[in-house]
Design a protein. Sequence first.
Length: 196
Amino acid sequence: MSRPGAADLAALARHAVQDNTRRRYEAAVRRFLAWADDLGHSPASVAAVDDLLTRYFSHLRASVPTGGKGLASHTLAGLRHLWPEHKDGFPHAALALRGMQRLQPRVSHPPMTWPLAAAVGGELARTGLLRQGVGVVVAHHCLLRVGELTRLRRADVADYLDARCEVEPDQQTMWLRLGKTKTGSEQCVQVLDPAV
């Protein structure tokens, strides 16, 4: 069997990540290359790219108001995606990125409170947007990501009367099948609140 050609490999590699992820990677790499070009750098080896990338991360840390951690992460991931033969390369840049992440820990943003989610859902339903109102309430109650919620279909919903649910009849509950999630496929979540 012959080795795939460069065009075949490029066409398939484009689909190795989601389109929006690929666009973020490409934009971050273009920004890095523009920065290097502005400084007159044209690295000729993987080690030289690693060194330049480490300097770029330091530049991002100093010049981007948010610290540049996300941009640095996308740049490194983008180079590894676009240059797969060096996926394990760039050890100094990877170490610098870990340092950036330790210096600037992730900020968690708590979800809205249940009373606010219920109010938003109720207001949407009142103004004729029933599906969206139900979606807000269900997503909040079941801790669903937007993509998980929007991929739900009628066949993904089962209550205690459904033959697919093997629960006791006195357990008046509902289940949502999540075909694809960030943490895996074919999962489910139980809707515990009868009001939801």
